[in-house]
Design a protein around this ligand. Structure first.
Ligand SMILES: Cc1cc2nc3c(=O)[nH]c(=O)nc-3n(C[C@H](O)[C@H](O)[C@H](O)COP(=O)(O)OP(=O)(O)OC[C@H]3O[C@@H](n4cnc5c(N)ncnc54)[C@H](O)[C@@H]3O)c2cc1C
Length: 401
């Protein structure tokens, strides 16, 4: 096995795989090191062999035609033609033990009165509560928006930076607005990692990284040593703080106190017949419950099964009680579960003013051969992560001609 590379990428979520894809396309010998047993990170579409391979999304579930960097990768891989439309089904609120319509929590008069501020109120540097409370009204924020935002980022939303949510991006007209794949979004990381131009190694435990003027030495816990001219860290900020080599103290200080939100995701599968009472649904937005949200697989219906991922707050309910809470929200007995699995997800807990920190971080990295990428720069969407990976790629390797 080769030990010398032009570029080593640590972390095989979409940020790291994107960074590796960009450099491998430019002919750089690229290695990806992933700690876990699979690629994809927060993109994870577990399937159940005993249920004819039925799968459901345990993490990222929707891509949009505004995801330009993602679509450029899909073009490279010949996957753009394989995208599947998502059936339009709506979310419901889960409040005080009942499924309710979203509009039941909307204060229309207040929204109409506040809405003009949408065109004038500045977003930069403001928290989600501050900005959205202004542009849609405090009652709308309290009763609906805070829960909807929590459902998206799977953590309390009040102090999150408003500018890191819903960034406007140009849309590609030749691609459907919202899409998935026949085998789920995990199709994307799996296809990137399967390219022969990339060396992707899972179950890799990194012990230590050294840097010099000419590159990096990555020592693994099994004692092996790998070398590269360039290094990209595509791991959560707490892991990046541990892995940053000596010489990157300023960057480490800026990264070290970025928080992470832990999410306990429970995936439950049922037979159609056991959920006849529940019309197709995109998912549930919980109002003050032990879970933030549930996302269903109803956007790509299957003849036999329906799947749901419940994203629970950490350390609130034990595994058994989570199952009963999720079943209560779906109105079905736990005895009817056809299959289940649990997944640990993590998302960054960004705070207002985060983009100013990123500017400082970029100054600390300028002129070095080390890139930092992830879903903790511009925002948490897959495209935000890939936008960062691409700009770091250009910094390390120059713009494509
Ligand atoms: C429940 C949920 C729903 C979501 N829905 C959507 C959606 O619909 N649309 C959308 O655009 N986005 C969505 N997102 C966000 C998006 O999926 C993620 O932000 C994005 O996939 C993160 O990619 P990443 O590579 O930055 O990080 P991660 O996916 O977290 O990848 C980091 C990788 O680094 C690895 N790693 C960690 N430590 C080490 C180490 N020491 N050595 C080597 N490797 C290490 C991890 O195992 C992991 O594979 C969702 C996220 C969640 C959790």
């Amino acid at each position: 096995m080769s030990t010398e590379f032009d570029h080593i990428v640590i972390g095989a979520g979409i940020s790291g795989l994107g960074a590796a894809h960009f450099s491998a396309r430019r002919g750089r010998r690229t290695l990806v090191l992933e700690a876990s047993e699979r690629v994809g990170g927060c993109i994870n579409s577990p399937s159940f062999a005993a249920l004819n391979g039925f799968w459901t999304e345990a993490g990222g579930h929707t891509c949009f035609n505004s995801y330009g960097h993602l679509l450029s990768i899909l073009d490279d891989l010949g996957l753009t033609q394989q995208v599947q439309p998502k059936r339009k089904v709506g979310y419901k609120l889960w409040k005080q033990g009942q499924r309710r319509s979203i509009s039941s929590a909307l204060h229309l008069f207040e929204a109409a009165r506040s809405l003009p501020k949408l065109f004038t109120a500045p977003k930069a540097g403001r928290s989600v509560r501050d900005y959205y409370g202004t542009v849609l009204g405090q009652r709308n924020y309290q009763d609906l928006l805070q829960h909807a935002f929590q459902a998206v980022i799977c953590q309390p939303a009040d102090d999150y930076p408003a500018e890191a949510l819903f960034r406007r991006k140009p849309r590609r007209k030749d691609v459907m607005k919202a899409f998935t794949f026949a085998q789920g979004i995990a199709t994307i990381p799996n296809a990137i990692a399967a390219q022969s131009a990339l060396d992707v190694r899972t179950r890799q435990q990194i012990a230590h990284i050294d840097s010099s003027d000419t590159g990096f030495r990555v020592q693994l816990q099994d004692g092996s040593l790998l070398q590269s001219a360039y290094l990209t860290l595509a791991v959560p900020p707490d892991v990046a703080a541990q892995l940053l080599p000596t010489g990157f103290e300023a960057a480490r200080a800026l990264v070290a106190d970025i928080g992470m939100a832990e999410i306990e995701t429970l995936v439950l599968i049922f037979r159609h017949d056991d959920l006849k009472h529940l019309p197709p649904i995109a998912g549930l937005i919980a109002v003050e419950d032990a879970f933030y949200s549930a996302v269903s697989r109803d956007f790509l219906p299957d003849a036999q099964y329906r799947g749901f991922a419940f994203h629970f707050r950490p350390s609130v309910l034990d595994a058994e009680t989570q199952i009963h809470r999720a079943c209560a929200a779906l109105g079905v007995s736990a005895e009817r579960i056809a299959a289940q699995t649990s997944v640990q997800n993590r998302l960054p807990a960004l705070r207002a003013g985060h983009l100013a920190r990123v500017t400082q971080l970029d100054a600390a990295l300028a002129g070095t051969r080390l890139a930092l990428t992830g879903n903790w720069f511009l925002g948490v969407s897959m495209e935000d992560a890939l936008t960062r990976s691409h700009s770091e790629h250009v910094r390390l390797f120059g713009a494509e001609i």
